[in-house]
Ligand binder design. Sequence first.
Ligand SMILES: [Zn+2]
Length: 389
Amino acid sequence: MEGIFAQKVLAGPQLEPMEDACVLVEDGTIQAIMTREEFQTSPCQGCETRELGNVTLMPGMIECHNHLALDARLPGHLEMMEESECVHTVLALKGLKDDLMSGVTTARCLGDRNYIDVELKRLIREGKVTGPNLLVCGIGMKARHGHGYVGMPHSGVEEFRRTARQNMFRGVDVLKIFVTPGAPVGPGEFIPCFLSYDEIRTVVEEAHAMNLPVAAHCIGGKGLDYCVQAGVDVIEHVYSITPEQVELVAREHKGWIDLTSGIVLDPDREPYISPSSAANLRRVRDYSRSCMAQVVQNRDIRWALGTDANHGLLYREAEFACQMGAAPREALMGLTSNAAKMCRIDQKTGSIQTGLQADLIAVEGDPLEDVSVLQRVSFVMKGGAVYQS
Ligand SMILES: [Zn+2]
């Protein structure tokens, strides 16, 4: 048993602050959370202790939208998806380490080639590779004529069904489809839908038959209506969602929205994409911000946050969520307890609760005051093992 002390501990799914408190960890699991005073009179008082000092101890972050071989910090990263499996693996190893050291203890991977996500998930679990615990989707399914650099082309319900079953045979956690283009559009502009309703519905039926969720890349348009109607569990991106669709999602969508706003809102990303893509983003950035802000501010919509392969930059997503109207606590929950619910792992991780995995990070400052302090992670524990201190 080890007692980890911090000036502040954010306990439970609601991240309730406890001053001068400790988290007791044994066998990789959280055994108890208590104040220093309680500790000193508890049966654990003789156990080993670790003093983290004037920091906030919080749950390890969950990156809800990652790709292993894709590294959005590299110029030409989208084209690099055509590189070899070897190159992809090398890139993945670096990204995984950067993610973990930045405080990400779980990452949901939404498309990589050659099942490297499935293999790396296993190697991480076996302790042979350093990285966050992974949730994986195997082969991302895009349309023959559609978008999705990380996906593989499909056409017709039987092709989607075959890959869905092959992915599930390989032991994936989620199925991923690419419904629309990637680039956001301006108000009233047309958004193609590459998958038919039947193709989307087929993947949903196959996944649900095995009690797995479906995540759909979808920026808006007819494809978004199809996703809601077909019972897709998580709709990714929604850069160009309309007010009517926000109402539709609030009313009828039983699942979650996964926001990846940095891709659009972060001007620092422009050097890493083509000049024409950067010009498009500048053109539609304000409109796209207003679209996503409606999601963040709608009380009937559940959302969480991911970077879409901006390794180490998950804290930026919390900053953008706050700029769009989220309270710091909501933004933090979008990276921890709500992210865990969306990923269906809240019985294992995502909050500091007795019985959950000891996935803990410490940040300098109070993230409930200012989420930007998440960029200064001084301690990382995953499953009771310390990776940074
Ligand atoms: Zn993605």
